[in-house]
Design a protein. Sequence first.
Length: 267
Amino acid sequence: MCLTEITGPPLEPQTATIVAGCGGGLEKFPRGESALTPNQVTLARVVAAFAAVVLFTVGEKVLAADLAAVILTVAAIALDGVDGYLARTRGLATPLGAQIDILGDRVVENLFFTCFAVAGLISLWVPVVFFVRGALTDFLRGLAARAGRVGFGGNSMLETWWGKRLVASRASRGAYATMKCVCFCYLGLLLPLRHPSGVVSDVTFGHWFAAWLSEPVAYWLLSAGRILTGVTIVFCLMRAIPVIWEGRRYLASERPARKPLAAAAIR
C-alpha cells in the first residue's frame, strides 16, 4: 500500500515536501519538483523515437498516425535538453549519466536514419556515416573522460574557442537539434512516396496527401528530403571536427612508453 503525506509549514508551501512510501520505503522530494531522473528522461526519448518510427511506417495511410509520429519525433529531440537540465539543476550529473545521454542520442539518430534508408528515401551510407562519426567521437570523449575531462562544461575537453563555439555552444546544439527534428519529420511524412528503387509508385497514391500529387511534384519533394539530409550530414561532420582535432592528444597519451633497452653484459 502506498502512503502520501504532505509535511511542512502550512504558510510556506514552497518549502513543503512530499513523502511517498511504497512497500515500506519512503522517499522525499521538494514540493513541486518532479521525481523524474535524467536517465528516465533519456529512456523516454528512446521510447518516443521508436513509437514515432512505428507510426510513420505502420500507420502511414492515416493522417492522425502521421501527426502523432511528428509530435513524438519533436518530443524525442526536445527531451534531449531536459535530461541535461535536470542533471545540472538537481545535482544529479554523473559520468555514467553523461554516457547514457550520448547513447540515447546515437540510438535516436541511427534509428530514424536507418528506417529511412531501408525505406529507400535516403542512401544507406547516411546511417553508416552517422554511426562511424558517433563511434569515433564517443571513443575520443571516453579517452578524455579517463583523463578527467568532459564533453561540455567548465572541464571540457574542448579548449579552442572555435571548438567550443561549434560544438558546445547553445546556438550550435540548438541548431543541430532543430535540423535533425525537421529532417526526421519531413522524411517521415514522405514515407508514403518511397519506393525501393527511389521512384514514386502508383500504389502510394492512396495516402491522405499523395492522392493529389503528380509524379514530378513527388519527385521534387523526395529530392528536397535528400538535400535536407545532406545538409544535416554536413553540419554533423563539421561538429565532429573539433572533437577529433582536440581528441588526438588523448590518443597520444594512450601510447605505451618505450622501455629502456637493457645494457648488454660485457664479458
